[in-house]
Design a protein around this ligand. Sequence first.
Ligand code: FES
Length: 331
Amino acid sequence: MSDSEEDHASGDRLGTPTAVTLRASQADDPHMRDAARYPRRVELIVALFFIAGIAGVCAFGAAYVENAGTQVYGATLFIGLFCLGFGLTAWGKYLMPQGPFVEERHSLASGEQAREALAAALVERTGIVVKRRKVLGGLLVTGMGIFGIVAAFPLIRSLGPRPRSSLFVTNWKKGSLLVSQTGRPVHRTDMQVGGILTVFPKGKQSTPTAQAVDQTVLIRVQSTELVTMKGRGDWAPDGYVAYSKVCTHLGCPVGLYEQEFELLVCPCHQSMFNVRDGAFPVFGPAPRPLPQLPIYFDSTGFLRARAPYNQPVGPGFWERTTEGNGKASAT
Ligand code: FES
């Protein structure tokens, strides 16, 4: 037998264990034995906990889809995570080799052959540990994988529904009847000069999702025709003028009317809009005027919309997003 063959079989001259000697001593190595007295039984218990954990995580996902309530979310998530964690801890405590692991060596500098042999032995030992618990490993990976998928559910739902085109269009259409929040149509004789009323398109006044963008302030500024801007000659009959109630700064409802100065005031950051001048902002952070709704009296004397808003209502965001895409932009 050559020197190298001899080394390979029983260790090098420095006494460092090689792959062969390690493999031979594995059966007798107390550190490589399971810590549990009855490993099969423990294996079964760990598997049961993993299965319970998977069931708990799946139940959490189903509860979330069904909107079953926070108590059910908490209970199912607790069961899932507790069982997976318990199984993992028991596996590590009773079925994995326990230390201390000590490798006796005479010198820190090993030869090339010894290093290769040690690397092979490490790979082999690790492989044995993993291979021995294939089922448990599969269950653990399945449980953690399902938990990862289920954990994404709240993130998706918390973003809320997609706004789609509702941010760009309102329910105001040509001919929409102006009604108060109680659904009462507004007649020519209903308001005095200086009066203010929040109106909606008929049929949409009690729809919570529509109210935000549809809400419109109707003000009677004078008793004769009013022209708020060039090109809006027939938009404000008998001094009735209608503007979007959604502030162009951050979207608060512009609900205050300073009658003496004919200013609409936003209570959030005190933006003021000149009612006679196309709701142009004269004070505060609002970047553009409130969109004006063109209105007219029908043959019975009730107010109707002449057309929808000619631009998106609300904060200045719309100005930036509508630029260059063919949609209406701020005036
Ligand atoms: Fe109206 Fe800021 S939201 S001024």
